[in-house]
Design a protein around this ligand. Structure first.
Ligand code: G3P
Ligand code: CA
Length: 239
């Protein structure tokens, strides 16, 4: 079972910042997950929420700031173990990860704000970095996955599914995805059996406690996303 650092090693470092991704590399993960949104001037930035309020010392929507304006804020001071960080661009994060062999799951964070042109921009930068074979693009918006399938048919595409998703495999076929990234409560032996028969990778989010981690291993999921990758690697999951 592969381990993906969810928003970097975000249990001990501020999520979606360079230090969280650097630590994920040190933690020996198989892959890294991150979230991408667009600024007012169309730049790709790595941040989970649609606003900067929770994870920086500023407030307001990402889409209402230029990149230059966003870079003024501290994205690390809010965290229990603070360090001065800036909101990274996708370019900065790919520059860090390109020389590694890690898989990179870029979540198109467009389920609340439908950023025009996000898919094209992300596909273009992963081609620039020649990272197509190591990237997994995911989204909660199935139409966005379908669009990526037309723009970049050789890039892996994962449909994100919450626990109440009806028939995720049917959805995957309908929108031309080739993997499922599922909430752990959606996982059942029958879903895994069907997925395995069809060679569909199943990766599960966000697994931070020991019981769920062991259950996912026993069930045979392909990967988990966790905020605590080092603990999972050492078999010391908390909880
Ligand atoms: O990609 C899995 C997971 O990151 C989706 O949920 O809210 O943490 O982005 P969220
Ligand atoms: Ca995410």
């Amino acid at each position: 079972m592969n381990i993906f650092a969810h928003r970097g090693s975000s249990g001990f470092y501020p999520e979606n910042t360079m230090i969280a991704f650097e630590k994920a590399i040190d933690d020996g993960v198989h892959g890294v997950e991150l979230d991408v949104q667009l600024t007012k001037d169309g730049q790709m930035v790595v941040i989970h929420d649609e606003t900067i309020t929770r994870t920086t010392n500023g407030a307001g929507y990402v889409k209402d700031f230029t990149l230059h304006e966003l870079k003024q804020y501290d994205a690390g001071g809010w965290f229990p173990y603070p360090s001065m960080q800036r909101i990274p661009t996708l370019d900065e994060v790919l520059r860090l990860l390109q020389p590694t062999s890690l898989q990179v799951n870029i979540e198109l964070k467009n389920d609340v704000i439908p950023y025009a042109g996000l898919e094209e921009k992300v596909v273009s930068i992963i081609q620039e970095y020649n990272m197509e074979s190591r990237i997994i693009l995911s989204s909660f918006v199935p139409q966005s996955i379908q669009k990526v399938s037309q723009l970049a048919p050789f890039v892996e595409r994962a449909l994100l599914c919450m626990e109440n998703q009806q028939d995720p495999i049917e959805q995957l076929h309908k929108y031309n995805a080739n993997a499922l990234h599922c909430h752990y409560r959606l996982i059942s032996p029958s879903l895994l059996e069907r997925a395995k028969a069809l060679h569909i990778p199943i990766r599960v989010f966000t697994v931070n406690d020991k019981d769920n981690w062991l259950r996912m291993m026993e069930l045979g999921v392909d990967a988990i996303f966790t905020d605590y990758p080092l603990e999972k690697k050492r078999g010391k999951a908390s909880g």
